[in-house]
Write a protein that binds this ligand. Sequence first.
Ligand SMILES: NC(=O)c1ccc[n+]([C@@H]2O[C@H](COP(=O)([O-])OP(=O)(O)OC[C@H]3O[C@@H](n4cnc5c(N)ncnc54)[C@H](OP(=O)(O)O)[C@@H]3O)[C@@H](O)[C@H]2O)c1
Length: 235
Amino acid sequence: MNWDTKTVVITGGATGIGYATAQLAIERGARVVILGRTEETLRTAQKNLGDSASYRVLDVTDAQAVRQVFAEIGPFDHLFAFAAITEGGRFTDISEERMRTFVESKFWGQYHAVKAALPLLPPDGSITLMSGYLYRKPTAGYTPYAVANGAVEALTKALALEIAPVRINALSPGWIDTRADRTPPAEHDQYLKFAAGAAPVGRAGTARETAEAALFLAENPFMSGAVVDIDGGLS
Ligand SMILES: NC(=O)c1ccc[n+]([C@@H]2O[C@H](COP(=O)([O-])OP(=O)(O)OC[C@H]3O[C@@H](n4cnc5c(N)ncnc54)[C@H](OP(=O)(O)O)[C@@H]3O)[C@@H](O)[C@H]2O)c1
């Protein structure tokens, strides 16, 4: 695929996996629009990404705002719906309100983005959603992810049948070193040690490695309805 002629929209594109995906898409020649809630973070990211990037402030949980911003962006080629807040907790500890807030972000945010993107994508366009290993490979204490990721994967499989020839896939990363937890460095080091012990490859993944898998899903015309694990061999 020739990325030179492509425009890519990335929710959550100012940081972590979304930012690495923006960087890689630009390196391959694409134009990129990054979306997120925090203007300062977006502005810094855009500056670092350069002239091939632009940004829009958007909260993906606001369906009306998502429709409006996507309509203003206009036709584009590939959507990466990666935005989500971070949450954890055992079922018995986490409140219904926190659970709803998380699912609103992680599942409904992707739902709104897909709805708004579909009328704007060409027949050879694609959508890449963001799941995570905690659905099919759960860990106690992460019930919210298990629930939301299950819904994301179900949506991916079902929509692949309904929206073809537009393609839709999902990524399911394991422990990736992105600082999404926003914890102090010492705590983050603990996270990395845990990840190194948990993953058979002996370390956490990088945002760049995850971005490479994301671009593969967008550019391979025979990939649709797939959920791709990128987790260093977690079981
Ligand atoms: N890192 C991992 O180990 C891992 C593993 C499996 C799956 N994932 C998934 O990968 C995705 C990216 O995570 P990451 O690790 O790269 O974390 P991250 O750096 O925190 O990225 C999340 C991005 O989403 C944006 N965001 C959050 N809520 C939003 C909203 N309502 N509307 C618009 N933007 C919003 C954030 O920016 P603002 O706060 O400025 O809006 C941020 O840029 C997430 O869906 C996460 O669940 C990550």
